[in-house]
Design a protein around this ligand. Structure first.
Ligand code: AMP
Length: 226
């Protein structure tokens, strides 16, 4: 299969992580989630993790310099050569410009925005549970007394999924990240899919968008907008 260099854009709660993980597994390429990388750094107590924690707990953005450095190092690793799926990066125009620089000499980026109405995002983030052991979202589970379906660990709410921080993250998204849709929209490899559907349908729309963006001659499939 030809290489796939994919950015999944979208607000917090759009399902970027879920969809990135599914597609990455299907394609045998790494899912690179900057939120996961930062949460791992926090848990490991590294200098970046120690500085990032307070910023993440407030729902604000870690500095562009730090994030660009993290992503550049990660994309330089050999497993990302055949392709990758970025989840949570870029989040600012400065990060997007830096990513274009990192991509020089590689297959063009495909960018898919997952669009979800705001009220649905607030509902999803308020109900979301993650596992304290494996750090994954427990999809479809809303009862914190149920063990993690993957590893049996304890489920909990993410520190930044409480209501105050969710509202701040959505404000930050509108201010810093939503402008990226306009940044990428005019590119022939940009697509938008409806993320308010069931995860299987979003996955199908995403696959179709990726196929079509990589081969525009294939025509416009249902559920995909330019
Ligand atoms: P996420 O898991 O993608 O929702 O990210 C969780 C938090 O990590 C965000 O609210 C930010 O504080 C931080 N973060 C993740 N990715 C980035 C990024 N590309 N730029 C700045 N901060 C980020």
């Amino acid at each position: 299969m030809s290489s796939l260099n994919l950015v999944i854009l979208g607000p917090p709660g759009a399902g970027k992580g879920t969809q990135a993980e599914r597609l990455a597994r299907a394609r045998g390429i790494p899912k690179i989630s900057t939120g996961d990388i930062l949460r791992e750094a926090v848990q490991a107590g590294t200098p970046i993790g120690l500085r990032a924690k307070a910023i993440m707990d407030r729902g604000e953005l870690v500095s562009d310099d730090v994030m660009i450095g993290i992503v550049k190092d990660r994309l330089d690793r050999p497993d990302a050569r055949p392709g990758f799926i970025l989840d949570g990066f870029p989040r600012t125009v400065a990060q997007a410009i830096a990513l274009d620089g990192i991509m020089a000499g590689r297959a063009p980026l495909i960018v898919v925005d997952i669009a979800v109405p705001e009220a649905e995002l607030v509902r999803r983030l308020g109900a979301r549970l993650i596992c304290e052991s494996c750090g994954k979202n427990a999809e479809g589970v809303s009862d914190p007394s149920v063990p993690c379906p993957r590893c049996g660990g304890r489920l909990t709410q993410r520190a930044d999924d409480n209501e105050t921080v969710v509202l701040e993250r959505l404000r930050v998204y509108h201010r810093n990240t939503a402008p990226l849709v306009e940044f990428y929209r005019t590119r022939p490899t940009f697509r938008s899919v409806d993320g308010a559907q069931a995860p299987d349908r979003v996955a199908a729309a995403l696959e179709a968008a990726v196929a079509e963006a990589g081969d525009p001659a294939a025509g416009q499939p249902e559920g995909v907008r330019r």
